[in-house]
Design a protein around this ligand. Sequence first.
Ligand SMILES: [Zn+2]
Length: 244
Amino acid sequence: MCDLLRWVGGFTREATLIRRNQVLSTERVTHEANGPDTRRWNDMLIWLGVIRMCCDCRRMMAPTHVVVGAILAMPILVLSPGYAVTAALAAIAGGIFPDFDLFFGRHRRTLHFPGGYWALATPILGWAVLEPGTATVAAAFFLTAAGIHSLQDWFGAPPEARPWESTSNKAVYSHLTGQWLPPKRWVRYDGAPEDLAITVGLGVPGIVLFDSPVSVLLIISVAIGVVYASIRKHIPRYVSGLIE
Ligand SMILES: [Zn+2]
């Protein structure tokens, strides 16, 4: 297991960042000089990398984006039940997609388009209404969810380790104006009680109304949201320096 994690860690940006972390590097050199502790220390670095990735993933409020995607597709259960699962899965994927810029480019800029996704989604939504099909429905819901995601990031807090300290004023980049939009902080920070309330409140209807695999995805997302909210403020204490 540790070998697998070491292999994965070696190919991730997260591991690279950790190895470059000055505080940890200083301590690692000390441990490596001691010889017998080298393997244990490297294993610890890998696990810290995994924790950091989890923190990054949660910064995007992933469970909230997932349940919002399912809510978006809920009218299709009534209007055109045959496309409901397609719409839900596409919306969930679109709700997560913008945060892949955590791994390349600039987070909340490279794949975040508060206006751009809507410019594409609107005509494709019209096309899907006129000619419903798997491709048109999936594209319409994917792009709409990606647009909502970009706006959600604007309504929340910046991607900081301790967003409740309000040290950043960059919520999401607007490619239309060429400026960073300041956070509205309607949700104070990821994992805040209001964030959890949104995740649970929007997730439960989907769990009840959708069948698997959508309902299973929602159950997992809500469970992650509950656990994360319960430990959110403790995380920076244990991984300080890794998620700054
Ligand atoms: Zn985002």
